[in-house]
Design a protein around this ligand. Structure first.
Ligand code: NAD
Ligand code: MN
Length: 480
């Protein structure tokens, strides 16, 4: 058997990580971990309690003054050691995400394990040279760590979303209590194995697994948490903002999206469609930045639909550990059902099915949904407005650039987007008019140093790079 392609061994964990130690949870309750490609239970983790949160927050609070006073170069050195310890586990991380989430192993290796390492590397560099102090008139303006951070993360990129919070928080001098998603807690345990190996000071990062309504809510409401950094659904983000508002705590929110991929008449259509379909289906469509609305100029619309159908036909569903698999299952039975409900609703609303749909063939077990494309989707319809979070693409025609921009901006979300045109200036002009936090022109590559975050109901604040680190700071003015 090829060990590198096998599921990981350790799938049951019994402890929390508090004040630098693996400790017993206050309750014996557990949460099962499912492999969504088979539907079988592969392990379990503790169900944390509010008492566990209290204990972890107290540890983070106690560690804060020392960590905040640690020299930037020393904090960078700690993050560098953590990078090495995490890199040593890259294969195990990929296999664990393939098991608990169902991401195909090849993609899990490149994105689920690779991207957090890339992001952590950027934070090693940023930690060593924090933003310079500067003077404004008679004031010295300094940045200080905000304090204790409560980090609450989702399941779709389970390690990336954790590292995108923990690394800049530590770089800025904050201490952290993490509550990972209850669907994908095992990857977070691997991070804490690495934290143990790296010898981070006790209490600087703490882990309390558990459900959102219990552990997540206790963390968001905790009087000693200074900033709540959340990634997940807009509905949960709203609840967290309410809880934090009670004590005027800071919140950073990375929420949902319904991003538009605008294909202008002079675009390189085969490339725009190939990249666009790949983006929409990435991680079975469970990606907050997914370009789930493809807007195509009427002159190229029929041609584009043919290309979309051909591209989608190349996505093979199956076992995440099979190298031939391009699309894994959805993360859970509930997520698969939500996606199927969106598909049924789109059919009822009169969208035209171009690929996939409820009758497409599926693997015999697991939470699979066939990649599905609808054409002639009305820009106001549910499918064009609501985040599906599955492999479902809506194709919408437009008559001219103004209409394309209007449709792109006809959303309560504004997280990502794309523009394609042979005329880069024209594409840039459209990109500037889109009310969204990121836009890729002609397939511009993902940049781990670029600010990442949403306009409108896609969120508050920015992650990644210098902007992401600034998020974890307060600003002080000292007059002389
Ligand atoms: P969610 O928002 O419910 O969960 C995200 C995190 O918040 C998890 O750790 C969860 O335990 C926690 N949480 C849940 N309820 C909470 C509460 N009341 N207080 C504090 N924390 C709470 O997301 P989900 O249920 O995993 O997925 C549902 C939908 O969210 C998806 O269909 C998708 O649309 C969206 N989603 C978006 C992203 C994103 O990156 N923007 C990621 C995952 C899910
Ligand atoms: Mn799972």
């Amino acid at each position: 058997m090829d060990l590198a392609a096998a599921p990981p061994a350790l799938l049951t964990r019994r402890h929390l990580h508090v004040a630098g130690d693996w400790v017993d949870p206050s309750s014996g309750d557990t949460i099962p971990v499912e492999n969504p490609a088979t539907g079988s239970i592969v392990g379990e983790v503790p169900a944390g309690t509010p008492a566990d949160v209290d204990r972890a927050v107290a540890a983070a609070r106690a560690a804060f003054p020392g960590w905040a006073a640690t020299a930037p170069e020393q904090r960078a050195a700690h993050l560098d050691w953590l990078h090495a310890a995490l890199a040593a586990r890259a294969d195990e991380i990929a296999r664990t995400v393939a098991t608990e989430l169902g991401t195909p192993l090849k993609l899990a290796t490149r994105v689920q394990a690779g991207l957090p390492l890339t992001v952590l590397r950027t934070m090693v560099d940023l930690a060593a040279r924090p933003a310079a102090e500067h003077t404004v008139g008679n004031s010295l303006v300094v940045r200080e760590p905000v304090g204790v951070v409560g980090a609450i993360t989702p399941w779709n990129y389970p390690l990336h979303q954790v590292v995108a919070k923990v690394a800049p928080a530590l770089a800025a001098g904050c201490t952290v209590v993490l509550k990972p998603s209850e669907l994908t807690p095992l990857t977070a345990y691997l991070l804490f194995d690495a934290i143990t190996d790296a010898g981070l000071p006790p209490g600087v990062v703490n882990l309390v697994p558990g459900t959102g309504p219990v552990v997540g809510a206790a963390l968001a409401a905790h009087p000693d948490v200074d900033l709540v950094s959340f990634t997940g659904s807009t509905a949960t983000g709203r609840r967290i903002a309410h809880l934090a508002a009670e004590r005027i705590a800071r919140v950073s929110l990375e929420l949902g999206g319904k991003s538009a991929n605008v294909v202008l008449a002079d675009a390189d259509l085969p490339t725009a469609v190939k990249v666009g379909v790949g983006n929409a289906l990435l991680n079975s469509g469970q990606t907050c930045t997914a370009w789930t609305r493809m807007l195509v100029h009427r002159d190229r619309y029929a041609e584009a639909l043919d290309l979309v159908a051909a591209a989608v036909a190349g996505y093979r569903l199956g076992d995440p550990f099979d190298p031939a698999t391009r699309l894994g299952p959805l993360a859970s039975a509930a997520q698969a059902q939500r996606v199927r409900d969106h598909v049924d609703r789109a059919l009822a609303d009169g969208a035209r099915l171009v690929a996939g749909g409820p009758d497409a063939p599926l693997p015999p077990q697991g939470h699979f949904v066939a990649p599905t494309v609808f054409a002639d989707v009305h820009p106001d319809s549910a499918l064009a407005q609501e985040e599906v979070f599955g492999p479902v693409l809506a194709v919408i025609p437009f008559a001219d650039t103004d209409e394309a921009v209007a449709i792109a901006n006809n959303s309560r979300y504004g997280l990502a987007g794309a523009v394609w045109s042979a005329d880069e200036e024209a594409a840039l002009a459209v990109a500037r008019r889109m009310r969204t936090g990121q836009v890729d022109v002609n397939g511009g590559a993902f940049n781990p140093l670029a600010p990442f975050g949403g306009y409108k109901q896609s969120g508050l604040g920015r992650e990644l790079g210098a902007y992401g680190m600034e998020e974890f700071t307060e600003v002080k003015a000292i007059q002389r």
